[in-house]
Design a protein around this ligand. Structure first.
Ligand code: HEM
Length: 87
């Protein structure tokens, strides 16, 4: 697979994970807080938090891979704008 294909997959995975983060994050925020284990939505919030945490980890990894795949582009632009020395 060439670099272009890998970029599309990484970007697709990052997008799906971001949507998952958005949905679980907003829902966990809107559902009633407090109440502890006695609360009716306690179990739901536990699941939302778990999914939010796993997606956050996955999203962070995909963003790092995304930046690595664009390393040449980033380096070239830093050199062109004088923020980094060329070799
Ligand atoms: C996209 C919109 C997002 C919203 C609306 C959102 C919302 C929230 C909320 C409400 C909580 C507290 C959950 C709780 O205490 O029950 C939380 C926790 C957290 N969020 Fe997000 N979040 C978003 C995106 C992200 C992103 C992009 C990351 C990291 C890549 C992230 C990482 C975390 C982590 C590590 C926690 C702490 C885990 C926990 O205590 O459950 N979130 N977020």
């Amino acid at each position: 697979m060439n670099g272009g294909g890998a970029r599309w997959i990484v970007n697709g995975v990052a997008f799906v994970l971001f949507i998952l983060l958005l949905i679980t994050g907003v829902t966990a925020w809107l559902l009633p807080h407090g109440g502890g284990p006695a609360s009716a939505v306690y179990g739901v919030r536990q699941v939302l938090r778990a999914v939010h945490q796993i997606s956050a980890l996955g999203f962070t990894v995909t963003i790092v891979v995304h930046l690595l795949l664009h390393a040449t582009y980033i380096r070239q632009n830093l050199i062109r704008s004088g923020l980094m020395k060329g070799h």
